[in-house]
Design a protein around this ligand. Structure first.
Ligand SMILES: *Cc1c(COP(=O)(O)O)cnc(C)c1O
Length: 438
């Protein structure tokens, strides 16, 4: 990555690139949040990335806290992952036949997360969740799924539901193009609310196949589970004969090597993985106990498949990433770096008299512009969005890329250095000043 000042040639403006992209790509992007819709302005177009930084097409170097939405726990272009990928590509890129690599990755996953005795690899987190839910339904022979408001589980029809005000009613789709019929089997409860969850289960007693939850919510910004929330869900599931699904697409291999279930010591029946296990390549996985997973084809009647599932290049990135994590055990350091960063942000906000709540756990954090505690989607929605927008753009101007929405998580990676933190905090102090001046 060239990072000298004095960029060669003429400087490309992101506005030009965005205009050109919009001619051919819907909204100029391939995934909506990238478009900066909620913060305004032109998205950053990336030329290349290394470590904690991305080099933008306009020649600017940015300290990245999006890290491909958490996938790049080791940092961009990791010096062990890249050579492994080069070697893998040399062996051909897809076969549609089994490889030893797939077994190796599945074994690593099962050893890290013992509840995942049997694993199925997919090409995305969305597919992993779809598969897990199908397995839960096939295993329990029940139809309904209970999810939590503000939790995202990929873009499958029946999961694009967060429910309106009547949280105890049946789900209403969040997206056009999803028939209400498809979400009829999706129940929605407020995060961290065991009482409402229990009541909803009771209302549909005997019909609920599974409760699916982000054990630490990351898709409404970071929302940490209250003590006993996850344990309570485990208990409710056991009482009702429903399965507990942890969507660990973010938390798997991030909170700790064994994911949220080992961090909190609450063991689900099924687990979904993605992001980090792909090491920056398209890869997801779901799995659970042998007795449950055997309903999946070819052993059982629940169908699930994928042309590129278990792709050798993606699996190589996953294996190499997990090996690095297992060997280097970066978790304590990640937590301490994140703590320092969050304390610095909190101090800076206080000094400028800006009300923020910083939710963070291990290497995940969100700065909410609100004076109230954020414990669920409702409280996360009570933010000063214009203040967030100003803050976001002020940071960006000073070379710091936060996730471009007030409902997202920022991720610290192994590659973030002390110097990155100092530069970030300097930018944060300036940004709060600007947020303040209205
Ligand atoms: C990102 C994410 C997904 C979807 O994964 P994709 O790879 O984008 O399909 C599912 N669940 C959670 C919790 C996620 O953060």
């Amino acid at each position: 990555m060239k990072e000298k000042n004095g960029v060669k040639g003429s400087v490309i403006q992101h506005s030009e690139l965005f205009e050109e992209a919009k001619k051919y790509l819907v909204g100029g992007v391939n995934s909506p949040v990238r478009s900066f819709r909620s913060v305004g302005g032109d998205p950053v177009f990336v030329k290349c990335a290394r470590g904690s930084k991305v080099l933008a097409e306009d020649g600017r170097k940015l300290i990245d806290y999006c890290m491909s939405w958490g996938a790049m726990l080791l940092g961009h272009a990791h010096p062990e992952v890249l050579p492994a990928l080069r070697k893998a590509v040399g062996n051909g890129t897809s076969y549609g036949m089994p490889t030893r690599l797939e077994t190796e990755l599945a074994k690593m996953i099962a050893e890290a997360i013992p509840s995942m005795e049997q694993v199925r690899l997919t090409s995305s987190g969305t597919e992993a969740v779809m598969g897990a839910i199908r397995v839960a339904r096939a295993f329990t022979k029940k139809n309904k799924i209970l999810k939590f408001e503000g939790c995202y589980h990929g873009h499958a029809d029946h999961l694009l539901v967060k429910a309106g005000s009547g949280a105890s009613t049946l789900g209403v789709p969040d997206s056009e193009g999803v028939p209400v019929d498809f979400s009829r089997n999706t129940l929605v409860a407020p995060y961290n609310d065991l009482v409402k969850t229990g009541a909803l289960l009771q209302e549909h007693v005997g019909d609920v196949a599974a409760i699916i939850v982000e054990p630490v919510a990351g898709n409404m910004g970071v929302v940490v589970p209250d003590t006993d929330f996850l344990k309570g869900l485990r208990k409710l599931c056991d009482e009702q004969g429903a399965l507990l699904i942890f969507d660990e697409v973010i938390t798997g291999f991030r909170l700790t090597y064994g994911g949220a279930q080992n961090y909190f010591d609450v063991i689900p029946d099924l687990t979904c993985l993605g992001k980090i296990i792909g090491g920056g390549m398209p890869l997801g996985a779901f799995g659970g106990g042998r007795g449950i997973m055997k309903v999946l084809a070819p052993l059982g009647p629940a169908y699930q498949a994928g042309t590129l599932s278990g792709n050798p290049v993606a699996v190589t990135a996953g294996i190499t990433t997990l090996k690095c994590l297992a060997r280097s055990k970066p978790y304590e350091r990640l937590a301490s770096v994140t703590r320092t960063l969050c304390e610095g942000i909190r101090d800076a906000a206080q000094k400028e008299g800006v009300s923020v709540q910083i939710n963070s756990l291990e290497s995940m954090f969100t700065v909410f512009f609100t004076e109230w505690r954020v414990t669920d989607y409702q409280t996360a929605s009570r933010q000063d969005f214009p203040a967030f927008r100003k803050f976001f753009h002020a940071l960006l101007q000073d070379g710091v890329y936060f996730a471009p929405s007030a409902f997202e998580t920022n991720f610290v990676s192994v590659a973030h250095t002390k110097k990155d933190l100092q530069s970030t905090l300097q930018a944060v102090r300036a940004a709060f000043k600007k947020t303040h001046d209205r």
